[in-house]
Design a protein around this ligand. Structure first.
Ligand code: CA
Length: 246
């Protein structure tokens, strides 16, 4: 992948760069969000992912994320946040980032997150008319409103189905509580603070297979993520677009 890395601490940036290049990626380093934006705007097709520090001189990583999403760029964004800054994490994800890492992090985790985001479909194209989503051994049939795991049919309520479909379409992406609440309860009904956790709990009860890794992960203080086993991506949706924001 070609990585646009924005990190103002140069020694840190060089360390990430070295490890990413060793992992087979190509990397361009920028130390300010403004310059990174100019580079991306000049050649939007060139980069596969933006790795973005939150605390930058001038425009913050969160502001850049908001600007890019507002202007229609759908390049995957992995945010780098400081330890204990959960508010930054939530703000960044709400602004449109896909995932985050808390500094300091092991480099192999960075590489794994890049692989996972690279597998995530970049845009959902209704023209492709996909009616089934596959995520690991999970199959979600949108038309029939039916879910299977390992070939076994699972009965879900309409809300549970909506919640699962949203998580699966955004597999490997962290979704904040607000994003999930807005999507599943757009009219605000039932939207008590603990209702989301209750639905997640029910979904897990119905979906999880003993002995296999849990699909729906809790990101404490942030939200939830449906994680696919390494090497898999959600299918039944169009492949990532080379120019997703056209
Ligand atoms: Ca910084």
């Amino acid at each position: 992948m070609k990585v646009l890395l924005t990190e103002d601490e140069l020694s840190l940036a060089r360390t990430y760069q070295r490890h990413l290049e060793r992992g087979g990626h190509r990397v361009e380093v920028f130390t300010s969000a403004e310059v990174a934006y100019d580079r991306l705007a000049a050649a939007p097709d060139e980069f596969d992912i933006l790795v973005l520090d939150v605390l930058l001189p001038g425009m913050s990583g969160i502001e850049l994320t908001r600007k890019l999403r507002h202007e229609g760029y759908d390049i995957p964004i992995l945010m780098l946040t400081a330890l204990g800054q959960n508010a930054d994490v939530v703000a960044g994800l709400d602004a449109g980032a896909d995932d985050y890492l808390t500094k300091p992090f092991p480099v192999d985790v960075l590489l794994a997150r890049l692989r996972a985001l690279g597998r995530r479909p970049r845009a959902f194209d209704p023209v492709a008319n996909a009616t089934q989503i596959r995520a690991g051994d999970l199959v979600i049939d949108e038309l029939q409103h039916v879910v299977y795991r390992g070939g076994e049919q699972i009965t879900l309520t309409p809300r549970e189905f909506t919640l699962l479909l949203y998580l699966a379409r955004n597999a490997n992406r962290v979704l904040t509580r607000d994003q999930l609440m807005l999507h599943v309860w757009p009219d605000g009904t039932e939207a008590a603070s603990n209702v989301l956790d209750t639905y997640i709990h029910h979904l897990r009860d119905k979906l999880e297979v003993s002995g296999s890794a849990p699909m729906i992960q809790t990101i404490r203080g942030v939200g939830y993520s449906l994680r696919l086993p390494d090497g898999e991506r959600a299918a039944g949706v169009p492949p990532p677009l080379t120019n997703g924001w056209s």
